[in-house]
Design a protein around this ligand. Structure first.
Ligand SMILES: NC(=O)c1ccc[n+]([C@@H]2O[C@H](COP(=O)([O-])OP(=O)(O)OC[C@H]3O[C@@H](n4cnc5c(N)ncnc54)[C@H](O)[C@@H]3O)[C@@H](O)[C@H]2O)c1
Ligand SMILES: [Zn+2]
Length: 365
C-alpha cells in the first residue's frame, strides 16, 4: 500500500494546447481523473497490455458508469505492440466501433503501450484525443509526456511516428508497486538524467537516501517523479518538435542508443542510458569541460541505485557506427549533449576521436 495521502499534483505542459499531468496515488481506481480529461468523448478505447487487463477493466467500468461507451483493446506486451500490424488492428477496431473525431483513446501501460496508443490516436481521422495512463516509471517521467508517438519497423525503432500531445496524463504511483524492480531501477536512470541536466535537487534527494528513492511506497519517489515531469514539461513546452532545447533530454542517449542497437535491444533502455551518461561525463571531462569530481558524482549516484556504469569492451567500431546513424547526429557528424557542470548542459559537435575513445575505455570493462 502506498502510504502517502498527499493531494494530487497537477503539472501543466505549456504549448499551443496546454495539458495537465496529474501525479498522485490511487488515481486510477475511481476513473474520475481519466474521465475528466476525456472531454466530450462518447466512445473510449482503452489500449492496454495483458498485464494490465484488470486495471483496464476497472477503468472501463468506471468510464461506462460515467456515461461513456468503452471498448477494451488488448495489445501484445512491451515492444512487440509497437508494430504496424497492431496499429492496423486498432484502426479496424476504431472503424468498426464508428469512432468519430470527438471520441478518444486511452493508453494504459508502459512506454510501448502509450507510444502505440498515441500513434493510433494521432493517425485516426488525422488525430483524436488521447489520454495516457503510464504504468512504468519510465513512461511516467518520459514516454507519456511530450507528445512523441510512434511504432517500430524492421529497419529500426521509432522510425514511424507523429507528434501528438495528449489531452492529459494520469500518473498513479500506486501502479508502480507491481512493477519489477529492474524496470523501476531502469526508469530511475531518466530521473537521474533530469538531476544532471536540469534539477540538481533530484541528485540531492537520491544521494540522501537511494533506497527510499527507489521505493514506490515512500514519498521521495513521488517527489522525484514530480520533479522529472516538471522538467520535461518545461522543456517540451518550449520545443515540442525537437528542434533545440529538447536536445538536453538526450543526455547519455547517444552511446545509450548505440548500446541498445548493437546488443539487439538486450539492454534495458535506462541501463543503457546510465552507462551513456557516465560516457558523456567522461567525454565532457576529456574535453576539459567537466571537473573530475562531477564525473565521480555520476558514478556514485548511479551506483547507489544499482544502475550499471560500464559495458563489455571490444565493441568500439560497432558502437561508433551506431552512434553515427543516431538521429541526433546531423549528417554523419557526431553530436553529444555534454555538461559544463552539474545542471549545465551544452553540446559537443564533432569531438576529437581521441576523446571519444578515451571515454569509451573508461566505461568498458
Ligand atoms: N515517446 C517518448 O517520448 C518516449 C520516451 C522514452 C521511451 N519511449 C518508449 O517507451 C518504451 C519503453 O517503455 P517502458 O520501459 O515503460 O517499457 P514497456 O512498455 O515495454 O513496459 C515494460 C514492462 O513492464 C510491464 N508493466 C507495465 N506496467 C506495469 C506495472 N504497473 N506492473 C507490472 N508490470 C508492468 C509491461 O507489461 C512490460 O512488460 C520504448 O518503446 C521507448 O521507445 C518513448
Ligand atoms: Zn530515454
Amino acid at each position: 500500500m502506498v502510504t502517502s495521502a498527499a493531494p494530487t499534483t497537477r503539472v501543466t505542459v505549456p504549448g499551443p494546447r496546454p495539458y495537465d499531468v496529474l501525479v498522485g496515488s490511487g488515481l486510477l481506481a475511481a476513473g474520475t481523473e481519466v474521465d475528466a480529461l476525456l472531454g466530450a468523448a462518447e466512445q473510449v478505447a482503452v489500449v492496454h497490455p495483458p498485464m494490465l487487463r484488470s486495471a483496464a477493466r476497472a477503468l472501463a467500468e468506471a468510464l461506462d458508469g460515467a456515461g461513456r461507451r468503452t471498448t477494451l483493446a488488448e495489445v501484445p506486451d512491451g515492444e512487440p505492440a509497437k508494430d504496424a500490424a497492431v496499429a492496423t488492428e486498432l484502426w479496424s477496431l476504431l472503424g468498426r466501433a464508428g469512432f468519430t473525431r470527438t471520441d478518444a483513446v486511452v493508453g494504459l501501460g508502459g512506454g510501448a503501450t502509450t507510444d502505440l496508443a498515441g500513434f493510433v490516436a494521432a493517425t485516426w481521422l488525422r488525430g483524436v484525443p488521447v489520454v495516457h495512463v503510464p504504468t512504468t516509471l519510465l513512461a511516467m517521467v518520459d514516454a507519456a509526456v511530450g507528445g512523441k508517438t510512434g511504432i517500430n519497423t524492421a529497419e529500426g525503432k521509432n522510425l514511424v511516428g507523429a507528434f501528438h500531445p495528449p489531452a492529459g496524463v494520469v500518473c498513479d504511483l500506486s501502479l508502480l508497486t507491481t512493477l519489477p524492480r529492474a524496470d523501476l531501477v531502469s526508469g530511475l536512470a531518466e530521473v537521474v538524467k533530469v538531476g544532471l541536466v536540469g534539477d540538481p535537487r533530484v541528485l540531492d534527494l537520491v544521494e540522501a537516501d537511494p533506497d527510499a528513492a527507489s521505493d514506490p511506497d515512500r514519498p521521495v519517489l513521488r517527489d522525484l517523479v514530480e520533479r522529472a515531469v516538471r522538467f520535461k514539461a518545461e522543456v517540451v513546452g518550449e520545443d515540442l518538435h525537437d528542434r533545440g532545447r529538447r536536445e538536453v533530454l538526450n543526455y547519455g542517449h547517444t552511446l545509450g542508443h548505440a548500446l541498445e542497437r548493437v546488443s539487439g535491444y538486450a539492454w534495458r533502455h535506462g541501463d543503457a542510458v546510465s552507462v551513456g551518461m557516465v560516457y558523456a561525463a567522461e567525454l565532457s571531462r576529456a574535453a576539459g569541460r567537466l571537473p573530475p569530481a562531477d564525473v565521480d558524482r555520476h558514478r556514485e549516484v548511479l551506483a547507489s541505485l544499482r544502475l550499471p556504469l560500464s559495458c563489455a569492451g571490444g565493441r568500439w567500431p560497432d558502437l561508433l557506427d551506431a552512434m553515427r546513424v543516431d538521429k541526433k547526429a546531423r549528417g554523419s557528424v557526431l553530436r553529444f549533449v555534454v555538461l559544463d557542470g552539474i545542471g549545465k548542459p551544452g553540446v559537443l559537435a564533432d569531438p576529437n576521436p581521441a576523446w571519444l575513445l578515451d571515454a569509451y575505455e573508461k566505461v568498458s570493462a
